[in-house]
Design a protein around this ligand. Structure first.
Ligand SMILES: [Zn+2]
Length: 210
């Protein structure tokens, strides 16, 4: 048994169904997404970002799906965010929503490469279990609050850029998740055993934590 993350549900009022319609945060995210040339980003994996193994795992899949469970809100989501050679804007919105800053109820501008990172990690771990979300997007105010309380939170966290997520995977030890992420050379990997999660981000390859 992994220890429960210290951030287990402490926000009981925020349970929402995905079918409830779009909240203001989602609409503004859609607007921002509309400004992106999704076609330009579609399908391509940033060269040199991932290990050959990770690139092969990502490119060989006709569809890329992810499953999440937010430990703060209890929300769950399964989404096929890439199919027919492109990212699905609606799925990207749904994922950004479940990864939102629940304290501020703010949806971040997420980096789709983070989803490819998670997809490769999921394949590497050989699991269909949802990623338990301990922390996804953080607005600057939330991040500053957390950084003031903990040495483990960077003041210029990649969570603020939508490029980082703190996760646990049911049925997999944190060290196994950490090792899989390291082997894939996915970006930054931090192990937070005491808090019960692994941080991964799409920044340069580096590691820390215990
Ligand atoms: Zn983190």
């Amino acid at each position: 048994m992994q220890p429960l993350p210290r951030a287990t549900p402490d926000h009981p009022t925020a349970t929402r169904q995905e079918s409830e319609g779009m909240e203001p945060g989602r609409r503004s995210f859609l607007r921002r997404l509309g400004g992106l040339t999704l076609a330009g980003a579609a399908g391509a994996i940033a060269p040199g970002l991932f290990s050959p193994e990770a690139q092969a795992a990502i490119s060989s899949a006709p569809k890329r799906s992810l499953a999440f469970k937010s430990l703060h809100t209890g929300e769950t989501l399964k989404a096929t965010y890439w199919s027919n050679g492109r990212y699905d804007p609606h799925a990207l919105v749904d994922i950004a929503h479940i990864l939102r800053d629940w304290r501020a109820d703010e949806v971040g501008n997420m980096d789709p490469a983070l989803y490819d990172l998670l997809f490769a990690l999921r394949r590497k771990l050989g699991t269909d279990q949802p990623f338990n979300i301990i922390s996804g997007y953080r607005c600057p105010k939330t991040n500053a609050m957390l950084a003031s309380k903990s040495d483990g939170v960077a003041k210029k966290s990649m969570h603020m850029e939508g490029k980082a997520i703190d996760i646990a995977v049911p049925g997999r030890k944190l060290t196994a998740v950490r090792n899989a992420a390291l082997e894939l050379k996915l970006g930054g990997v931090g192990l937070y055993s005491k808090s019960g999660f692994v941080h991964v981000d799409t920044g340069r390859v580096r590691q820390w934590g215990s």
